[in-house]
Ligand binder design. Structure first.
Ligand code: FES
Length: 179
């Protein structure tokens, strides 16, 4: 037969267990759940980084490998482009334009010569940029450098020169023609 003192001990002990169950049920500090959500977060973050990396590396390669035929067809469909008002381009400046669907550039050099190039890098197809302060055409993707007067590949990975267009400056416009 249990004494009064024993019952109160049992009652107290039962209440204590219920309280700790309640605390565990509502506690946001549950180490098991935290571990799972941390793991999920890391999985998602690593997956996202892998996808971004694959896209950054794969897209230029995809464009380069899959576009030569389409590119040639699109380029040959356009014979010339007339850039109205481009004859006013300042010396040392560049004008970006589209030759068909592709980016191209017209440069008016400080010595008053004019050149126009296809602005698609011959390495993996990034768009190149003219840097007037260095008088070079540079591809930011992998550091390719081209001569800004001839389009020749000077350094870095580009395997061949930029395609050069013919130019006619007359009647308030510059006409760029595919050679
Ligand atoms: S795409 Fe690689 S150097 Fe231009």
């Amino acid at each position: 037969m249990a004494s009064v003192g024993d019952e109160s001990c049992q009652t107290y002990s039962g209440a204590s267990e219920r309280m700790s169950e309640e605390i565990m049920a509502v506690s946001p500090e549950d180490p098991g759940e935290n571990e799972i959500s941390r793991l999920n977060f890391i999985k998602v973050a690593v997956g996202g980084m892998c996808l971004a990396y694959a896209a950054a590396v794969g897209y230029p390669i995809y464009r380069y490998l899959n576009s030569p035929v389409q590119r040639e067809a699109a380029l040959s469909a356009v014979k010339d482009v007339t850039l109205a008002g481009a004859d006013k381009l300042e010396k040392g400046a560049v004008l970006l334009f589209k030759f068909g669907p592709y980016p191209s550039m017209l440069i008016h050099h400080k010595d008053d010569s004019w050149v126009a190039f296809d602005a698609v890098c011959t390495h993996l197809g990034c768009t190149v940029q003219y840097h007037p302060e260095q008088d070079k055409i540079v591809c930011a993707c992998h550091g390719g450098v081209y001569d800004s007067h001839t389009g020749a590949n000077v350094s870095g990975p580009p395997p061949k020169p930029l395609t050069r267009f013919q130019i006619k400056v007359a009647n308030g416009a510059v006409t760029v023609t595919r050679a």
